[in-house]
Write a protein that binds this ligand. Structure first.
Ligand code: IDP
Length: 141
């Protein structure tokens, strides 16, 4: 399996819980390397653009409201099979369905506020990384 990059976001609920370090530690322990990172307070345009594919869904307004409710930490993770590995570490979208020991099982309570985002395909990873980072902000290791 080739080395991949994926976009991870530690969402406002997990930042508010002071869980940034514990979550990044899980990525690192699983062999993923942080090759870019920044803390941001998203505005409606930036959060809405990121989730544009969900624009017509009934939860879109709440999703944008949540993602702009406090700071987030966006990172680029790099490693073998990074996209699937990160999705495995995250657990299911609905924390109530997330496997024990996953980030969402341990740090999230609801589907609206579910602690983390992770790209779900190579195409989304490429688009999402470029949405937050310039090439010069990514530091290969
Ligand atoms: P993912 O984050 O696991 O990739 P997506 O289906 O891409 O899941 O949805 C993006 C985000 O939208 C989810 O993480 C969740 O916060 C929110 N979301 C998805 N489905 C629902 C829903 O049915 N109700 C409320 N929020 C939802």
């Amino acid at each position: 399996m080739a080395t991949q990059r994926t976009l991870s976001i530690i969402k406002p609920d997990a930042v508010a819980k002071n869980a940034i370090g514990e979550i990044i530690s899980r990525f690192e322990k699983a062999g993923l390397k942080v090759v870019a990172a920044k803390m941001l307070k998203l505005d409606d345009d930036k959060a809405g653009g990121f989730y544009a594919e969900h624009k017509e869904r009934p939860f879109f307004k709440d999703l944008v409201g949540f993602m702009t409710s406090g700071p987030v930490v966006v990172q680029v993770l790099e490693g073998e099979d990074a996209i699937a590995k990160n999705r495995d570490l995250m657990g299911a979208t609905n924390p109530k369905e997330a496997a024990p020991g996953t980030i969402r099982a341990d740090f999230a309570e609801t589907i609206d506020a579910n602690a983390v985002h992770g790209s779900d395909s190579p195409e989304s990873a490429e688009r999402e990384i470029a949405y937050f980072f310039q090439d010069s902000e990514i530091c290969p290791r």
